[in-house]
Ligand binder design. Structure first.
Ligand SMILES: NC(=O)c1ccc[n+]([C@@H]2O[C@H](COP(=O)([O-])OP(=O)(O)OC[C@H]3O[C@@H](n4cnc5c(N)ncnc54)[C@H](O)[C@@H]3O)[C@@H](O)[C@H]2O)c1
Length: 387
């Protein structure tokens, strides 16, 4: 038994309260150091709440989040048991057994939250390459939740009704770190998940990507476009990995009657993104907060469009539960140049960061904007949060 376990409850409570006060002080100092008036806007950028709402509450998102976590821990301790967010009760008939691969990652954990709140039984499978246990720790121990430390490159035998297949590194530094592993995850891993879907007659949704369009020659990109990908470039392990994963889905659909859904996801942002995993939004915010130079590649004229993670989760659920089996773009068509994004983030953060241009990256797509007509028509879906 550790010293901590042997302390009486009263002492632990006192210690936690002291820790809470200390964290609050630390955060308050950090926020003041980084200029409080602008942090509300950064909060909006990361949480989707309006700047006014954040400002009216008078606290930064980070501070609130920490306070919420601390309150939750104190409450849990006081009650002597873990308190879970309230989930809907579903009857046996409506309750599904749902597997989320990569469920401890950024998008996966938000999807898990929604499925749990809806009252389903959720199993998360993750090898924690880029995902974190803390993204789903609030569900650990819940009767409807299970977390398996497993690498999908190896077969998995469980009973499920639906599979959301999200496991794959998603940001360029992560997928380029070990290109062979990225290829294995997207090929062998996808074959394993399709094999499981076939065995248990589950429906599988693949989290594909706008990267299947490569450096596109048409604009905006619709689902009928076959793409323009360099098969031997530095991004190929991811782009081609996802392309072959799509091919596998439709081969299993045709040959084995597996029900498949394919979401082509465009850039997404929101809470639980890794601050330093090399994605544009997190990079720029971090550089601006630290008053470092904001780095754009090339002239910064390449365009991107960013959707908020709650919109993506709505789209994934709508697609999984629809009758539509062809690929569907899920993204926000509001397009900006990277240079514009750098300026917007700098002005929201309020620092004096200089924007500097680095040499262009190999195979960096020049333009990226989803045509979402298909999602609007078949899923009645369009993004609700303005980017
Ligand atoms: N976030 C975006 O902007 C975006 C855009 C397009 C597509 N996607 C796709 O959405 C999915 C989720 O992306 P994300 O942004 O949440 O990324 P993420 O890196 O946060 O999450 C991916 C998760 O998969 C897990 N994983 C990776 N390899 C695995 C393996 N072999 N076995 C088991 N688990 C493994 C990681 O540990 C992590 O938890 C990915 O498939 C990605 O390609 C995301």
């Amino acid at each position: 038994m550790t010293l901590w376990n042997s302390l009486p409850l009263r002492m632990i409570r006192k210690k936690l309260r002291m820790a809470a006060v200390f964290v609050c002080l630390l955060l308050a100092l950090t926020v003041m150091y980084h200029q409080l008036p602008v942090s509300a806007d950064v909060t909006r950028l990361l949480t989707g709440r309006s700047a006014n709402a954040a400002a009216a509450e008078g606290e930064s998102g980070g501070l609130q989040e920490e306070l919420r976590k601390m309150e939750y821990k104190i409450k849990t301790l006081e009650q002597g048991k873990k308190i879970y967010p309230e989930v809907k009760f579903l009857t046996y008939r409506d309750r599904k057994r749902i597997l989320v691969t990569g469920g401890a990652g950024f998008v996966g954990s938000h999807l898990v939250d929604r499925l749990m709140m809806q009252g389903h039984e959720v199993t998360v499978v993750d090898n924690f390459f880029t995902g974190r246990k803390r993204n789903v720790e609030h569900w650990v121990g819940h009767e409807n939740f299970e977390l398996l430390h497993h690498d999908i490159v190896n077969p998995l035998y469980i009973e499920v009704d639906q599979i959301y297949h999200l496991a794959s590194p998603a940001s360029p530094p992560n997928y380029m770190y070990n290109p062979i592993k990225t290829l294995k995850t997207n090929t062998l891993g996808t074959i394993n998940m399709l094999g499981l879907a076939k065995r248990v007659r589950a429906r599988l949704l693949l989290a594909s990507t706008s990267e299947v369009y490569g450096d596109p020659e048409i604009h905006p990109q619709n689902e009928d476009y076959w793409g323009h990908v360099n098969p031997i470039g530095p991004r190929a392990c991811y782009d081609e990995g996802k392309r072959v994963a799509e091919t596998m889905c439709y081969a299993y659909e045709k040959q084995e009657n597996v029900e498949v859904r394919v979401a082509r996801i465009f850039n997404t942002f929101g809470p639980r993104m890794h601050m330093n995993d090399g994605r544009v939004v997190s990079n720029f915010i971090l550089q601006a907060l630290q008053n470092e130079s904001i780095t754009v590649y090339g002239e910064g004229e390449q365009t991107r469009s960013f959707q908020y993670v709650s919109d993506l989760v709505d789209g994934l659920l709508a697609l999984m539960n629809s009758n539509y089996s062809q690929p569907v773009n899920l993204g926000n068509p509001d397009e900006h140049s990277i240079m514009e994004f750098a300026r917007i983030i700098r002005s929201l953060v309020g620092g004096a960061s200089e924007i500097i241009k680095n040499p262009a990256k190999e195979d960096d797509p020049r333009r990226r904007k989803p045509d979402i007509a298909r999602a609007q028509k078949y899923l009645n879906w369009s993004p609700q949060v303005k980017s």
